[in-house]
Design a protein around this ligand. Structure first.
Ligand SMILES: Nc1ncnc2c1ncn2[C@@H]1O[C@H](COP(=O)(O)OP(=O)(O)OP(=O)(O)O)[C@@H](O)[C@H]1O
Length: 333
């Protein structure tokens, strides 16, 4: 039987990430999944939204002077309230269609350690975008639900949510977060580390999208059973000649870049483990660690956590969608 208070239940949930924004409907599940990017026009006079989401993604590193790409989130938290408001308005309208006029009650995912100021800024952006009462939900909590972890049981579960701008390590038990730690590193900072490596070691300039493609290709080749090629072909601009150029980048160089980057995540896991009370520690020892988030599938990350902690490490199904799946289940509760 429907509760008398069911009208108060949020009807929409939003996984508002540094790289991707997902809108989830109570009845529909994930309705929209697009990059968290806006492109503004008339930036010197009266900036107005020119494109958002998928359309804006195609414009990254290709805009003329009159247009400007803006990312609402940086390293997991809101950095541009105006862009966030525009993107949320765009996403909610696109997801629901124009036929809905009522202000939707919503849940939005935030990093577990977001400050009051960051939470306040997100609430302001959501309100200005036309969302109704908003409840904020800790992302590792939603990710654990989306990964089917038994978080309500009186047992400790450890999750590492590997996003684009932030990686959150959390221990959950009895339906709540017992410990958490975030590091402001993720898929996007690895892209930047790859671009910096190309710049300094090879005097080669690659754009943001190219660096991400290199990372994805690297992960794919490292996951492959039989390695086909020990290099990745990269296109960009040579800083030596100033001309468009191609480069065969050895996978071993990418191993080194990724290893240095992932070490910060491994250190965070170790710190959380060393602060975990013994009973919960014992549970984690038995159950291992579960990785979620878009960055979870790179084999080197699992291998490094496993080697450092001696614990079993598994990657959740469709890891990038765990937060969205968890939010959906919370909408249905
Ligand atoms: N197969 C893959 N291998 C490695 N990285 C991947 C893969 N697929 C996606 N990614 C990376 O995952 C990141 C996006 O993950 P996700 O959608 O979980 O992040 P987000 O929620 O936007 O970020 P955050 O939670 O930090 O705000 C991107 O950096 C993307 O390049």
């Amino acid at each position: 039987m429907a509760s008398h208070f069911s009208w108060k239940r949020p009807e929409l949930a939003i996984d508002f990430g540094t790289a991707n924004l997902r809108v989830i409907g109570r009845d529909e599940g994930i309705i929209l999944d697009e990059p968290s990017i806006c492109c503004f026009a008339d930036i010197d006079t009266a900036p107005s939204l020119y494109a958002a989401g998928i359309e804006a993604q195609a414009m990254v590193d290709r805009t003329p002077g009159k247009l400007q790409i803006r990312r609402p989130l940086g390293r997991g938290v809101l950095q541009d309230i105006d862009a966030a408001t525009h993107l949320l308005r765009y996403a909610v309208r696109k997801a629901r269609g124009r036929k809905h006029f009522r202000t939707p009650h919503a849940m939005i995912g935030v990093p577990a350690d977001a400050t009051q100021a960051e939470r306040g800024a997100l609430m302001t952006a959501a309100h200005d975008a036309g969302l109704g009462p908003v409840r904020l939900v800790a992302e590792p909590f939603a990710a654990a639900i989306g990964a089917d972890l038994p978080i309500s049981a009186p047992n400790g579960t450890m999750i590492v949510e590997c996003g684009a701008g932030t990686t959150e390590v959390a221990v959950l038990s009895l339906g709540g977060i017992c410990l958490t730690r975030s590091v402001r590193v993720g898929g996007a900072t690895l892209d930047k580390a790859i671009a910096d490596h190309l710049h300094f070691k090879h005097k080669f300039l690659a754009g943001e999208l190219t660096s991400e493609r290199i990372k994805l290709g690297y992960g794919e080749q490292r996951r492959a059973e039989a390695v086909k090629d020990e290099t990745i072909q990269v296109k960009g601009r040579s800083l030596t000649t100033g001309l468009p150029a191609a480069l065969a980048l050895p996978l071993t160089e990418l191993d080194q870049v990724a290893e240095k980057h992932f070490q910060q995540i491994v250190d965070a896991v170790r710190e959380v483990l060393s602060d975990t009370p013994p009973e919960l520690s014992q549970d984690i020892h038995e159950r291992g660690i579960v990785l979620t988030g878009g960055g979870a599938t790179t084999p080197l990350l699992s291998a490094m956590i496993k080697a450092d902690t001696g614990l079993a490490v598994t990657v959740a199904d469709e890891p990038a969608r765990c937060v969205a799946r968890g939010l959906h289940r919370m909408l249905l509760d």
